[in-house]
Design a protein around this ligand. Structure first.
Ligand code: 7MF
Ligand code: ZN
Length: 887
């Protein structure tokens, strides 16, 4: 029986502790040709409240039970029961040693969960519930124990044998096999277990911890990739140093291993001292990886390293608490990247992502609180809400308590809970107690889904010389939750005069002026804040630094936005003002096009862009962000009924009008940052490339663009410039595009990660020919449905990043996608469920497209042998129809 076919909903409220403690766990993995034999020795102690439990419940799937013994005697049929998902051992004694032997077949595992093959090595992925495919075990995060693991395998085929902790013993056997024993001194839940066996190369370095301990760092990769690990290693060292400096946290073992694989369902995994990474987040060389990839690697290496304290030393009581470790660790990796590069640019990128991916999730069929109340398949709850909104919740603690208060809270959290499996409430209690504040109402953020709408208006009183800000909040009902409560929303604000000069701020009741920025706390449905000594109507600068994950509404005029853009002290607000100007202009043109009028461009946006291009003081990376027009997905979010083709046409019109009006300015700025220095991965060099390539994308809308891109491609010494030029030429259908694409393919056909770029570049191309192109890509010899990176590059990009291609009016995009989802579900339900999510916003489209998507959803729903993962997504999506009309 396949995983999850029981299809049972799990409820947070029904949590009960496991009635046994596990004193230790010993494993022996005997890796054979087709079969791996797993022997486990588990030492249990009864620990339920009244001491009356006699049954030990273990999880297990897709394995063959060979023998089971209790306290040294082999058990017979009646002593235990075994179903497709559980092993129940009856009449267990107070202290009870179980010895269980099973057989598993890693080479038949295409779900990439449990023990599975990649190229010619074997590896594991256990989070969240993959360990149950390796051995019978209490597969829940609140059962923590120390592991001793012995791995036996053929020495030639599997020279490297890795698991968690320290290698304590090893030896050779007579038959060409060898063995290594690993011992992990830290108690951990089984989702952090890892094993790797194969013929891998490694690079090694060292880190001296603050207290003087020497840690051996190794990055294991397939032999041909040995020259692409340097950046990952450097990122690891930076992460270790940063966690000491900023969080006072030191690494706790003598060894830290990272293994890279091409076949991974997700980004990476924080297994104790044996992280496993999607090779996309390890391998980089200037000619194969873009600046975006370099920053992604640094961020993900950081993320997994930071889990060692936030996730591993202190873990989650149950999977409902996932955001406890993920929200916190994402916050930590965001702060790491902010400290390493530009804080403002990082914040803008994170907000962009939150708005274009988490906000839609929170208004669609998968809407759920950051701490969900129920789930069917936990793998479907590794979501933007748990990760990104969860990180915003942690950021709000930080905003409310300040850096010192936040660090005090972290200290107390580790003092209280090191070595434990805890809850979001425990984290909140540590933050509250360490700062002697009450955060009870703040805790509502964990349990409420939906994106709050923050509506602000201002009232200026000339005679009283006061300016009143009226803040009100409302969270719309969501698919999962009807009634919403007021939340605690920190709103950072400032006031500018009409010349853009910042006012000193003094709220009624305060003594003296108190600086230029103020944190307002909105805790009720509606509150007013009166600023004194304001002679003329000011321009409010709102939600500085994006101080809360909400949708903001304030009736700015275009000229007010222009002042904010030019003068506000907060980089996020300056960027936001530019985005709002552009967004208004694009959406106005969507409407014009819809009624058959001619599109046009207001002078304000052109003037604003001219000012940006003339600004040589500001960080070029920030200018690049401000010049980047809002994405089609984000624009779609703003419309009641999404007009796919209208958005695409209006955005394109605005872009090419700006390019034509400011051709010289774009061209000059392009030349000025097109340095002749060789490539470097320094932040300054990356910033210049980002501005240069944004300028190029505009220039491609003018006559001079194609030759510029062609010469950039010709002379490029790095993947960032190469990809920007090639992608640009493809988008404008330059005559040489097909030939250049072929040349790129010939160059890189042996390189999986670069070929992923080649695939996704084409899968993203808009318009009528998209479908035909995607069919060809699916048939390409380099494509494979069993490799998640390839699936994401073609199927994922087409269905989620190619609106005009996917939403072709005749429904052929939907049909193709549904076919792929069903085929993939037979191999890898987890990734298939992700892909199925492309249909989630189906009720937001016109009735013709809705009907077509609904038909495909129903076709998938009734497919034979559908997995629980995909079926949860599909059923939720279909159920959206009932609520969508009332929302
Ligand atoms: C940065 O969270 C941010 C998020 C689970 C797998 C990695 O460490 C993880 C794992 C998923 C989705 C996103 C991320 C991860 C996973 C991730 C990685 C880097 N515990 Br699923
Ligand atoms: Zn994580």
């Amino acid at each position: 029986m396949k995983k999850g076919l029981s299809g049972k909903t799990v409820y947070r409220e029904k949590y009960t502790p496991y009635p046994w403690t596990l004193e230790h766990a010993r494993f022996r993995f005997d890796i054979g040709e087709d079969v791996t034999r797993v022997l486990s020795v588990l030492q249990f102690n009864r620990s339920d409240a009244d001491g009356s439990v006699t049954e030990i419940e273990l999880d297990g799937q897709d394995m063959e039970l060979v023998t089971i013994a209790m306290n040294g005697s082999r058990l017979e049929a009646g002593d235990y029961s075994c179903t497709a998902e559980k092993l129940l051992v009856h009449n267990a004694t107070q202290r009870c040693e179980l010895e269980i032997e099973v057989l598993i077949k890693p080479h038949e595992n295409t779900a990439l969960e449990g023990l599975y093959p990649s190229s010619d090595f074997l590896l594991t992925q256990c989070e969240a519930e993959g360990f149950r495919k390796i051995s019978y075990f209490p597969d829940r995060p609140d059962v923590m124990t120390c592991y001793e693991v012995t791995i036996i395998a053929d020495k030639q085929r599997y020279p490297v044998l890795l698991s968690n902790g320290n290698a304590v013993e090893s030896g050779d056997l007579d038959d060409g096999r060898h063995w290594v024993r690993w011992s992990d001194p830290f108690a951990k839940p089984c989702y952090l277990f890892a094993l790797v066996a194969g013929n891998l190369a490694c690079i090694e370095d060292h880190f001296k911890t603050r207290s003087g301990r020497d840690v051996t760092l190794r990055v294991y990769v397939e032999h041909e990739n040995q020259d692409r690990c340097e950046h990952a290693m450097e990122s690891l060292i930076h992460s270790m140093k940063w966690d000491e400096d900023r969080f006072d946290l030191e690494y706790d073992l003598d060894i830290y291993n990272i293994v890279a694989t091409n076949d991974f369902n997700m980004g990476a995994m924080e297994n104790k001292s044996l992280n496993i990474f999607n090779s996309k987040y390890v391998l980089a060389r200037p000619d194969t990886a873009t600046d975006f990839d370099y920053q992604g690697i640094e961020g993900v290496i950081g993320h997994e390293y930071f889990h060692n304290w936030t996730g591993n030393r202190v873990t989650c009581q149950d999977w409902f608490q996932l955001t406890l470790k993920e929200g916190l660790t994402v916050f930590r990796d965001q702060e790491f990247s902010s400290d390493m590069h530009s804080r403002a640019v990082k914040r803008i990128q994170d907000v962009r992502q939150l708005r274009s991916r988490q906000f839609p999730e929170d208004s669609g069929p998968m809407s759920h609180p950051a701490r969900p109340d129920k789930y069917l398949e936990i793998n479907n709850f590794y979501t933007m809400t748990v990760y990104q909104k969860g990180a915003e919740i942690v950021r709000m603690y930080h905003t409310l308590l300040g850096e010192d208060g936040f660090q005090k809270g972290m200290k107390l959290y580790f003092q209280r809970h090191d070595g434990q499996a805890v809850t979001c409430d425990d984290f909140l209690a540590s933050m509250a107690d360490a700062n002697e504040v009450c955060l009870e109402k703040f805790g509502r953020w964990y349990g409420q889904s939906g994106t709050p709408q923050l509506t602000v208006s201002g009232h200026h009183d000339v005679d009283a010389r006061t300016f009143t800000l009226i803040l009100s909040q409302r969270t719309p009902a969501t698919h999962d939750q009807e009634i919403k409560q007021a939340l605690v929303i920190p709103v950072a604000v400032g006031l500018l005069d009409s010349q853009g000069k910042a006012h000193e701020l003094r709220l009624t009741g305060e003594d003296g002026p108190g600086g230029h920025s103020r944190l307002l706390l909105l805790e009720e449905d509606k509150q007013e804040f009166v600023f004194e000594g304001i002679a003329e109507q000011p321009i409010p600068s709102l939600l500085r630094g994006f101080s809360a994950p909400v949708k903001l509404e304030y009736p700015y005029t275009s000229s007010e936005l222009a002042v904010l853009m030019a003068h506000d002290s907060d980089a996020f607000v300056r960027w936001e003002a530019a985005q709002l100007l552009a967004q208004r202009e694009i959406l106005a043109n969507v409407e014009r096009l819809a009624i058959g009028s001619d599109p046009r461009l207001m002078p304000e946006l052109t003037e604003a862009f001219a000012a940006l291009l003339a600004d040589t003081e500001t960080d070029p990376a920030l200018i690049a962000e401000a010049l980047s027009l809002p994405a089609e997905e984000y624009l779609a979010e703003q419309m009641k009924v999404i007009d796919v083709d209208g958005i695409h046409a209006a955005r394109k019109f605005v872009k090419s009008s700006l390019a034509k009006a400011l051709g010289n300015e774009f061209s000059m700025r392009y030349q000025s940052v097109d340095d002749t220095e060789p490539y470097s991965k320094s932040p300054a060099s990356m910033a210049r490339r980002s501005l240069k390539n944004v300028c190029l994308s505009f220039l491609l809308e003018t006559d001079s663009g194609v030759s510029l891109a062609e010469s950039q491609l010709e002379s490029s010494d790095n993947m960032t410039d190469t990809l920007a030029a090639l992608q640009g030429l493809l988008w404008v259908e330059a005559p040489a595009a097909d030939h250049l694409l072929k040349a790129f393919e010939d160059n890189w056909s042996e390189d999986a990660l670069v070929m992923d770029k080649w695939f996704s570049m084409q899968a993203a191309l808009p318009g009528k020919r998209a479908l035909e192109r995607v069919r060809q890509l699916l048939d390409h010899p380099g494509f494979s449905l069993t490799n998640p990176n390839k699936v994401r590059s073609v199927i994922g990009v087409f269905s989620m990043a190619n609106p005009t291609g996917f939403h072709t009016a005749d429904g052929s995009g939907y049909r193709l996608h549904a076919d792929q989802v069903m085929a993939l579900d037979k191999l890898n339900p987890q990734v298939a469920a992700r892909m199925a999510g492309a249909f989630n916003p189906w009720t937001r489209y016109d009735s013709q497209r809705r009907d077509l998507m609904k038909a495909e959803l129903n076709r998938i729903r009734t497919a034979e042998g559908l997995s629980a993962s995909v079926s949860e997504i599909i059923n939720n999506a279909l159920a959206m129809e009932k609520t969508s009309s009332s929302l």
